[in-house]
Design a protein around this ligand. Sequence first.
Ligand code: SF4
Length: 408
Amino acid sequence: MTPPVATTALDPAATAEALALYSDPETCPSDSLAPVPLAEERAFVAWQQDIPRQYLALSGDELDRRIRAARAALGARLVVLGHHYQRDEVIQYADFTGDSFKLAQHAANAKDAEFVLFCGVHFMAESADILTRPDVRVILPNMAAGCSMADMADPEDVYEAWDTIQDVLAGSAKVVPLTYMNSAASLKAFVGERDGLVCTSSNAPKTFEYAFARGEKILFFPDQHLGRNTGWQMGIPLDEMVLWNWRRPMGGLTPDDIRRARVILWQGHCSTHQRFTVAQVEKARAEIPGLRVIVHPECRWEVVQAADDSGSTERIIKVVSESGPGSTWAVGTEINLVNRLARANPGKRVFCLDPVVCPCSTMYRIHPAYLAWTLEELVAGRVVNEVRVDSETRKWALVALERMLALR
Ligand code: SF4
């Protein structure tokens, strides 16, 4: 990463204007604690038809009252987990919040609960199901809350890529498969069966070490950027990390490319983190003296290089929270987290690097109406929207997840 660019003192009025632009709720809309009825979020209603109609028109206050009543009725039988990227109207009900790594740990430790309500996206709920006792029922409030990055690694495409790579190498080198947490349970099982493991943005370098202790090459999916940023951090030159384009025969690579590579990166990305650019970093630095930039490693390599620091959401929270009073941070990650971080650090200036960044649109599909519906069904003795991983997949996916959780 480049050191912070020295900035010349700017006119305080110009700096204030720049900060106002970056913090303007009109250009950077996110969440509020007064949700509109689900029916008014028209784009989202279409994603799941089977929510009973009565939930569509409930006001924020009515939803809040009913969610709290259902939670009280369920008591210790229920644990609610909330990912950092959830909107405020939802995350306020979480017993535990965190990134996918921390939430996986909470799921593994939920020893007494009967139900885990996962306010996140589908792959996270699958991981929770794998990590909890078989009798614990894991519920995703809205089954349409998926992850566009996870969808970029279709299991059949990965199996085909694996076979092709094995054919090219013909036993001359061992490949260890690594999957990002943001992937289907079947892919976690796939890596578990082949000596590989799962990683998150919190522990990616350790998982690379694990893999290189067991083989000469890594096949990393689905996020090319986390893979490339981690490889670079570990001293692997860019030309030893090749990109597997799953739309093209042999990934668009030659046999020599595959033989030379130390890391084969799947061509996947996060649409939210893809929005951050080097131009944004340079513009923010030019406009705001003393600014520091921290970004998530799902951002492109050149953006991470241009930033002062990078890391998982947990690390971003730690670095910003521990920085000195009066410091100014441009943060390259999902807007709901950035806005909460800003509110939690009133003596500092914290804003999103992209003034018009959207929230994670799939995470946003969890509206409080879905919480009210799934919780009231539980109170009535009915489990809806359960996420279940079959026993064979679960067996090997658990191996891959436990290898990850065992890393120190
Ligand atoms: S922020 Fe990106 S990687 Fe995370 S859940 Fe949303 S689409 Fe998937």
